[in-house]
Design a protein around this ligand. Structure first.
Ligand code: PBG
Length: 324
């Protein structure tokens, strides 16, 4: 029994119409979430040098940006804050009148159907740039949980639809769920950055968010890139603690884990195509070494094919425009 010449797989590749008919993976702007960086001031829109077309924006500019994002049919935005001042206790993270809290209220007044997510973490708010309370040279897990719970609650109070803890402390999902429920926010969803790796690909983000650690690194709390089984344990525990959705981050270097998670857990799975993944494509395209739009769509398609239904990506706007 010879498969050839009976079977010719090229028959289904003869034209664009035929290829569309049999295409297995579709992209939809509603699955994208655009990360935005909010800074103090008015009328400010400062481009981030390592992330072209992405900006630090004051609240008035963010509100305008969200209207554009909503009109493009993009699923939502996730907010990161650049506070006026930083301190040892990350006060700006859970201040009811903090930069992100104010931005949420302003956006909610204008964009009614756009989903608003917030990144719940302390590294943008601490003077040392670590993700929590530093004691004896390392981040103290259980003290940090209290800050995270307070931050998530302040975001929910301001009107966030989804809170997304990205700090990698143990027990944070449980601490956040309890704080939300105890205060009447049982309808605020939690998207846990469950498997977040200590990755080199966050470099450009740290410029954008001004959150580079002043000493050491994040390897005592973020995961070792070598560990896939441990990633499944992190996801399992976050689901037990009450996460509604889980995330794998970065995306492209961890497609195997997205795929494994898809097979094992019946919850929505998000992947974060992080700053370094974005910067590599844009930089190569600027040098004429790669086609920007095709690299963008190919990576987004691959992340979707691997099993992520939600993608946090700095390409949300150009990708939505191309797909329209
Ligand atoms: C905050 C946080 C980081 C990113 C998302 N949330 C930075 C970090 O952990 O250092 C990275 C996102 C990106 O690179 O695009 N903890």
């Amino acid at each position: 029994m010879m498969p050839f010449p009976i079977h010719r797989l090229r028959r289904l590749r003869v034209s664009e119409s035929m290829r569309s008919l049999v295409r297995e993976t579709q992209l939809n702007p509603a699955q994208f979430v655009l990360p935005l960086f909010v800074c103090p001031g008015e009328g400010i829109k400062r481009e981030i040098s390592s992330m072209p077309h992405n900006y630090q924006m004051s609240i008035d500019e963010i509100v305008k940006e969200c209207a554009v994002v909503e009109a493009l049919g993009i699923g939502g935005v996730i907010l990161f804050g650049l506070p006026e001042t930083k301190d040892e206790m990350a006060t700006g993270a859970y201040d009811e009148n903090g930069i992100v809290q104010k931005a949420i209220r302003a956006i909610k007044r204008e964009s009614h159907s756009l989903l608003l997510m917030t990144d719940v973490c302390n590294c943008e708010y601490t003077s040392h740039g670590h993700c929590g309370y530093v004691k004896d040279g390392d981040v103290d897990n259980d003290t940090t949980l209290q800050w995270l719970a307070k931050s998530a609650l302040s975001h929910a109070r301001a009107g966030a639809d989804i809170v997304a803890p990205s700090d990698m402390m143990d027990g944070r999902v449980w601490a956040i769920r309890q704080a939300l429920d105890a205060n009447g926010f049982d309808r605020t969803a939690i998207l846990a950055y469950s498997a977040k790796f200590a990755s080199v690909f966050y470099g450009p983000f740290r410029e954008a968010a001004e959150s580079t650690p002043q000493f050491g690194d994040r390897r005592s709390y973020q995961m070792d890139p070598a560990n896939g089984r441990e990633a499944m344990r992190e996801i399992e525990l976050d689901l037990q603690e009450g996460a509604d959705m889980i995330m794998i981050k970065p995306a492209l270097a961890y497609l195997d884990l997205i795929w494994q998670a898809r097979q094992r857990f019946d919850v929505p799975i998000a992947a974060y195509q992080v700053s370094g993944e974005y910067a590599m494509i844009v930089a190569a395209a600027r040098n004429g070494w790669i086609d920007h739009d095709r690299a963008m769509l190919e990576t987004l398609t691959s992340i979707t094919r691997a099993g992520a239904g939600i993608i946090l990506t700095y390409f949300a706007k150009p990708a939505a425009r191309l797909l329209a």
